[in-house]
Each structure stands twice: as structure tokens, then as C-alpha cells.
Design a protein around this ligand. Structure first.
Ligand code: TGC
Ligand code: FAD
Length: 405
């Protein structure tokens, strides 16, 4: 039988995969509506023109550009699922997911801004706010003229927000709020803060929209981050801050803040795929051009195994996110489903970023490439909005019925 021998330096090379085939191997494209595609495409173009060329430098400098919120607003990227009368676009949950994925292809910190503004500020305001409060703030938040933040975590209450020490006390038609919130995205740049506090009277958790120029309110940035460097993260201090009762949300208990987290975690389950695919694309292009031992890295079996794992896991993550989106549009985004998608897709994206960084060798530790920036950002994403462990325990409770927190 004739045998064919192949020179070690000349493996057969089919055409390398394109962005479209890498990012949509199972042809989800056909399942999106034309509006969803339009939103995705316009955000993709924006991210490639306005974010990608400069984000490495912003990250290195620990800088979030002050003009970005307005640009996001002009693009219609803030509160996209809300009705048009409040500044939204009435878009689907899937459109919101696609938008997050495109933004996080650029940087997780940029997606954080969009998540907080849309899911953690505009969502509770729309869902639990009085009509006058909604009319006053939602259009400004949608346009990016106003920035919002979400204060749940405290120095001694992160995974267990029920341990919060921030207190509120009713005095006539007003409330007095005291406490400290830590790790708050967009904290020092915000015009309004959603703040969760425990009622001194009856122990109930209540939520307020607080204008950040109210006397007694201050914010100080956390400057020592080795992750999410292109995002503002602050500590909030509330010292006898007086809030009108009209700014109190119509919800009580931990259900209030946790329902907001359900929205943001959903967006993260989509968003991290953007960071993961950016890493896969970067690594695939790099290994094609990088010669080792007389041939491109791309021709080495172990390199291909690494790429294949990234490709396969990210593709499965995309299928999960898509299906969760369609379930959400039917009101079936149960917290445990969202926990599974957040936990699994963050793990997948983080593993992809670590593999990409490895394949880039020494170049992989510089911010001239995206891999290490994405990798370090994703360490935060695995921690915020419920740590990997918290979501593991949510799933454990779903299976066994036992609360193991
Ligand atoms: P538990 O007894 O389970 O629930 C209390 C009430 O809340 C309801 N609930 C939810 N509702 C909607 N969505 C969810 N995901 C919900 N999870 C629970 C639940 O039905 C119940 O309602 P009700 O009416 O019966 O009272 O609460 P628990 O105290 O046992 O806590 C459970 C646990 C540990 C899962 C929860 O505390 C938790 O999720 N901890 C993690 C905290 C967290 O994720 N913090 C995130 C802070 S914000 C942030 O990180 C922003 S980063 C943004 C960015 O930059 O992108
Ligand atoms: P802890 O709760 O102290 O957890 C420490 C470790 O203990 C973790 O590994 C955790 O998984 C583990 N652990 C916890 N409980 C258990 C258990 N029962 N069994 C076993 N292990 C357990 N919060 C906001 O409110 N608003 C924001 O905008 C916001 N933005 C953020 C931005 C950044 C960059 C970061 C880093 C955080 C942000 N957070 C925000 C806070 C974030 O949600 C918390 O950091 C997160 O919920 C974890 O809380 P913690 O840091 O107090 O860690």
C-alpha cells in the first residue's frame, strides 16, 4: 500500500476560520430577529471604532473616558429593553445579551458600565420607582447625560448581603441613611446611586435612589486594582443622608436587590462570551504567524487542542446564552438558570483567556494584546454578581433542596 509522507514543516493548511465561523459555528445568526442583528451590528462597529483602538492604553492608565457614557447613550446602548417613552428601545432580552457580548469583546469594564446603568440602576428605577422619579431620571440615564451606580456590597457584607450594616430611619416624609458601600462600579462618577439599607424600625431591607450631591454623600475611588482598570470602582460613604420618601423603591426585602442581580447576571452570561471569543480570535491569528521549530505554531497538535477546547466551550456557552435569552423573553429566567449560565460562561471565558495568554508566550503578558487584560478583568467577573462559589451553592440548593451557604 502506498504511503504518503508529509514534510514536518509543511502541514496541510485549510483556510483559517473567519470571525463569522468562529463566533457562530452553530448558525444562531438565523435565529435572531432583524432588530437584534441591527443592534448587534451597530454596537460591533462602535466597539471596533471607539473602544478597541484605545482600550489597552485606558486599562494601563486606570482610566475610564468621561465622554463614553454619552457615546453609549447616543448609540442607544443604555436601558435598551425599556419602553421608548422612558428612553429605551423596547428591545428583546436577546438584543440586550448580544449588545453585552459586543461591548465585552472590547473590555469587561466597558460592559460593567453598561450592565450597571441598564440592569442595576434603570431596571430597579423602572420596576420599583414612582412615576415622577422614573420620568425625572430614566431618559437622562438612557442618554448617558446622567450616570448611576448600585450600592449593595459593604466592607463586611459581600456574598451575604443580608449582613448589611447600612441603616435607614424614617423621619416624617423623609429617610435618613447611614452606612458604607464598597466596590461600587461608577461610584464617584455617578449622579444617582441606588442604595440598599436596613430599616432601623422593622429590619426590612429597603432601596432608594439617592442624588449623589445630597449633603453627607461622598465617594472615594479604589486605585489599587490589578483588574477592571478601565472601570471606576469606589467606596461610598453615607453620613446622615436625607432622602425624600418619593425616592424610596416600592419593594421590600432582599428580593429587591437580588431581582436586579438576576438581570445583570443574565447580561454577564452573554457578555463574557465576547471577551472569550476576542481571546480565541487573537490566539488563532497569533499562532498562524508565530514560527516555532520551523513551522507556524498553528500546525502543532497541542496548540490546536488548546484552540479546539476554547472554540468548543465558547460555542456551547453561546448556545446556553441564546436559549436563556429566549426563556427570559417568556419570563422563565429563574435565578438558578441564571446562576448556571453566569457561572459556566464566566468559567469558560476565563479558561479561554488563560489559554490565549499562554499561546501568546511572552507577548501574552503585555497590554499590546488583549488576552491578559481580558484574563485579569474576568477574575473580577468571576467574583462580582455572585462569586463562582455562590453560584455553585445556588445550583447545589437547586439539586438537593439544602441551603449550604
Ligand atoms: P434567599 O433567602 O435565597 O432570597 C431572599 C429573597 O430574594 C429572592 N431571590 C431572588 N430574586 C430574584 N433573583 C435572584 N437571583 C434571587 N435570589 C433570591 C428569594 O426568592 C427571596 O424572596 P422572598 O420574597 O421569598 O423574600 O436569600 P439568601 O440570604 O439565602 O441569599 C442567597 C444568595 C447567597 C444567593 C444571595 O445572597 C446572593 O446572591 N449573594 C451574592 C451577592 C451578590 O451577588 N452581590 C452582587 C453585588 S452587585 C455587583 O456585584 C455588581 S457588579 C456590576 C458590574 O460592574 O457589572
Ligand atoms: P466574600 O463574600 O468575603 O467572599 C470571599 C470568598 O469566600 C470568596 O471566594 C467566596 O466565594 C467565598 N465564600 C463566600 N461565601 C461562602 C460560603 N458560604 N462557602 C464557601 N465559600 C464562601 N458590588 C455592588 O454592590 N455594586 C457594584 O457595582 C459592584 N461592583 C464591583 C466591581 C468590582 C471591580 C468588584 C471586584 C466588585 C464589585 N462589587 C460590587 C462587589 C462584589 O459583588 C463582591 O466583591 C462579591 O459579591 C463578593 O463579595 P466579597 O468581595 O465581600 O467577598
Amino acid at each position: 500500500m502506498a504511503t504518503t509522507t508529509r514534510a514536518a514543516s509543511a502541514p496541510t493548511a485549510a483556510a483559517p476560520a473567519t470571525t463569522a465561523t468562529l463566533q457562530d459555528f452553530f448558525e444562531l445568526e438565523a435565529l435572531y430577529t432583524s432588530e437584534e442583528r441591527l443592534i448587534r451590528d451597530s454596537v460591533r462597529e462602535f466597539v471596533r471604532a471607539e473602544i478597541l483602538p484605545q482600550v489597552g492604553e485606558w486599562w494601563q492608565d486606570g482610566h475610564f473616558p468621561a465622554d463614553l457614557p454619552r457615546k453609549f447613550g447616543e448609540m442607544g446602548m443604555l436601558g435598551v429593553t425599556l419602553p421608548e417613552e422612558y428612553g429605551g428601545a423596547g428591545a428583546s432580552a436577546t438584543a440586550y445579551g448580544l449588545l453585552n457580548r459586543e461591548v465585552e469583546y472590547g473590555d469587561s469594564g466597558m460592559r460593567s458600565f453598561v450592565s450597571v446603568q441598564s440592569s442595576l440602576v434603570m431596571y430597579p428605577l423602572f420596576t420599583y420607582g414612582r412615576e415622577a422619579l422614573k420620568r425625572a431620571w430614566l431618559p437622562r440615564l438612557a442618554s448617558g447625560e446622567a450616570i448611576g451606580c448600585f450600592g449593595l456590597t459593604e466592607p463586611d457584607a459581600g456574598s451575604d448581603p443580608g449582613a448589611m450594616r447600612t441603616r435607614c430611619r424614617r423621619v416624617g416624609d423623609e429617610w435618613v441613611v447611614n452606612g458604607v458601600k464598597r466596590w461600587i462600579t461608577s461610584g464617584s462618577t455617578s449622579h444617582v446611586a441606588v442604595v440598599w439599607a436596613r430599616d432601623e424600625e422593622d429590619g426590612t431591607v429597603r432601596g432608594f435612589l439617592i442624588e449623589t450631591d445630597t449633603p453627607g454623600f461622598s465617594a472615594v475611588d479604589i486605585k489599587t486594582k490589578a483588574s477592571m482598570r478601565a472601570s471606576v470602582t469606589s467606596e461610598l460613604y453615607l453620613d446622615d443622608v436625607v432622602v425624600p420618601d418619593a425616592s424610596r423603591f416600592d419593594v421590600t426585602g432582599l428580593r429587591g436587590p437580588l431581582s436586579c442581580l438576576n438581570q445583570a447576571r443574565y447580561g454577564i452570561a452573554w457578555g463574557v462570551l465576547g471577551a472569550g471569543f476576542a481571546c480565541l480570535e487573537e490566539a488563532a491569528a497569533y499562532v498562524e504567524d508565530r514560527p516555532v521549530f520551523g513551522m507556524p505554531l498553528a500546525g502543532k497538535q497541542l496548540v490546536q487542542a488548546s484552540l479546539a477546547d476554547m472554540f468548543s466551550d465558547l460555542t456551547k456557552g453561546a448556545l446556553l446564552a441564546y436559549h436563556l435569552g429566549r426563556l427570559k423573553e417568556q419570563g422563565k429566567d429563574t435565578p438558578a438558570r441564571v446562576s448556571m449560565a453566569k457561572r459556566d460562561n464566566v468559567r469558560t471565558a476565563l479558561a479561554a483567556a488563560r489559554s490565549a495568554r499562554d499561546l501568546l508566550g511572552g507577548n501574552g503578558i503585555t497590554t499590546e494584546y488583549g488576552a491578559i487584560r481580558h484574563m485579569l478583568n474576568l477574575e473580577t467577573v468571576a467574583t462580582y454578581e455572585g462569586t463562582d462559589t455562590v453560584h455553585t451553592l445556588v445550583l447545589g440548593r437547586e439539586i438537593t433542596g439544602h441551603n449550604a451557604f
